[in-house]
Design a binder for this molecule. Structure first.
Ligand code: FAD
Length: 506
């Protein structure tokens, strides 16, 4: 039985692996010339610039996603770097009781607890409660939930999940608590401000940070040395070993249908490939509304397409600099207030900046040198996409001018950077869109709403179309690499079930 898979991002490659393991003949069609999709990095002179992974959930056995990654990758072959501090946050208007403006979000929970209580003994009750919650999250038993597909479970198995109900209720209790609401109950002004700034001034569910922090403490959310493309290539290697085939530079323009069933694909060069099943691990919006011409939609899907149910995740303006300085003395990630607000060409005002000093991966820069990158998150990725399309010269001028402005801030803040710059690369939402098709240049699919733990409204099958499945980061709000692999596994399980085959992994 033949399966066509659209997209060689982490989801498409993973779906390919799981289906090959189960006896399907698969072929992946990828518009770009490389695997990885958003999970990528690129060479610039002596430097490697990375467009993705900072944190891989499941980098060791303390996190359940490790079991999934290990099904596809020899995780022992990757060296992971676990940071002592998740990030440094510099506040503007206040200092801690030792006179420092910098808040350290330690990844070791014991250290974090001691640090927070030292900063504000008056808040020790609420701090202890927060740390206890993270400890509780660490103790959860996730594997059965991560490996199973609820709709495929018989009632007798479903009922066994009742034992996880207390854990779920606990998460449901936390799901609506935002960093702002949490900060309201903190007495110490410095700590209050630091919690308000956890998402650079945005109000988001606190779970988004406390869940990964719980696993950071156990070294389960590491950075893979070598970066994103090297990581994605490991899955590509496994897929090819399993007998899968990939056609690069092969964009899919249409999914063919016959009697309400997906029957193959038409590539951008006009050629047609017939198959029994099609999986799209490409962009959700492009697949549903362009490639399938919006023919297989429900009211819910149309609402999603209008962003009425969920908002698209931020896109990124990413400035990467290859610098002939080691920056050994700097934290790996710091967010700080700007003296003067800067306004992106897309109209977004920024009063803070996020800087990464990659001074910890020896493979990405020569000895004594490092990669410094700045990320600005935007909800107006469309501006860059349209600008590049309508006036490429003006697009280039604007992104270069904005990058120049950012470099001036870095120079003022850290000193002696401009002179040391050897390579510059500027990726905008238009770059992410151009290479991956992601709607509005989204970096992770949908933004999670407050309803973080609720069942996702994004379905893997479309109404009126059989033998067609969606995988990838758009299938679960929040997206990211764990969603990419999990959704791919789920789709492979659904396909096996449909064709009455047992699902196996080897
Ligand atoms: C700056 C940044 C930092 C991030 N950091 C992290 C992190 O630290 N941890 C984490 O877990 N996640 C992170 N993410 C998110 C993560 O990279 C993505 O959620 C994940 O890689 C998505 O994988 P995917 O396979 O679902 O989709 P994609 O990577 O988008 O793959 C889709 C593939 O389909 C191809 N395609 C699209 N349309 C077509 C077509 N018509 N025909 C053929 N091919 C097509 C694309 O070229 C692409 O290769 C980050 C993202 C960004 C941008």
């Amino acid at each position: 039985m033949k399966v066509s898979i659209i997209g060689a991002g982490v989801a498409g490659l993973s779906a390919g692996c799981y289906l090959q393991m189960n006896g399907f003949e698969t072929e992946i069609f990828e518009k770009h010339s490389k695997p990885g999709g958003v999970c990528t990095s690129w060479k610039c002179g002596e430097y490697t610039f990375d467009g993705c992974i900072q944190w891989l959930l499941g980098s060791n056995a303390s996190n359940p996603f490790y079991q999934l990654w290990s099904e596809l990758i020899d995780m022992d072959s990757i060296e992971f770097r676990n940071h002592d501090v998740r990030m440094d946050i510099e506040v503007r208007d206040t200092v801690d009781r030792h006179g420092s403006k910098v808040f350290h979000l330690y990844t070791n929970l014991e250290k974090l607890s001691a640090y927070l209580i030292d900063l504000s003994p008056a808040d020790s009750r609420i701090i202890r409660k927060l740390i206890r919650s993270m400890r509780k999250i660490q103790r959860y038993e996730y594997p059965p939930m991560i490996k199973s597909v609820p709709e495929l479970l018989p009632f007798t198995k479903k009922i066994m999940f009742i034992r996880y109900l207390p854990d779920l209720l606990f998460l449901l209790k936390w799901r609506k608590k935002t960093n702002y609401e949490f900060a309201q109950n903190i007495r110490d002004p410095f700590l209050k401000e630091a919690f308000r700034l956890l998402f650079d001034g945005d109000e988001m569910p606190l779970l988004i940070i406390i869940m990964p922090l719980a696993f950071n403490d156990k070294s389960g959310v590491g950075y893979p040395i070598g970066g994103s493309l090297r990581f994605a290539k490991k899955i590509e290697e496994k897929y090819l070993q399993l007998g899968g085939r990939i056609r690069y530079n092969s964009g899919v323009d249409e999914i063919l249908t016959e009697n309400g069933k997906a029957s193959g694909i038409r590539l951008s060069d006009g050629s047609i490939v017939h198959s029994d099943v099609t999986v799209s691990a490409a962009d959700w919006h492009d697949t549903v509304f362009r490639v399938l011409k919006g023919k297989y939609v429900s009211k819910k899907i149309l609402e999603l397409g209008q962003q009425q149910k969920l908002e698209v995740f931020y896109s990124v303006f990413l400035l990467s600099l290859g610098v002939s300085r080691s920056f050994r003395d700097q934290p790996h990630m710091v967010r700080f207030p700007l003296t003067n607000e800067i306004i992106s060409p897309d109209g977004t005002p920024y009063s803070r900046m996020e800087v990464h000093f990659n001074n910890y991966d020896p493979t990405i820069a020569p000895a004594g040198k490092s990669v410094v990158s700045v990320k600005f998150y935007t909800k107006n990725g469309e501006y860059w996409i349209n600008q590049r399309k309508s006036d490429p010269e003006e697009y280039l001028r604007q992104k270069t001018k904005f990058a120049e402005e950012i470099i001036s801030v870095l120079e003022e803040k850290f000193g002696n950077i401009r002179e040391a710059i050897e390579e510059i690369d500027i990726a905008t939402p238009a770059t992410y869109h151009r290479y991956t098709n992601n709607w509005k240049g989204s970096s992770q699919g949908w933004l999670p709403g407050k309803n973080l733990v609720a069942i996702s409204p994004v379905e893997t099958e479309l109404p009126g179309l059989q033998n067609f499945y969606l995988a990838g980061h758009w299938t679960q709000p929040g997206g990211g690499l764990p969603v990419a692999i999990k959704s791919a596994r789920t789709v492979a399980q659904l396909i096996c079930h449909k064709f009455k085959m047992p699902f196996t992994v080897y």
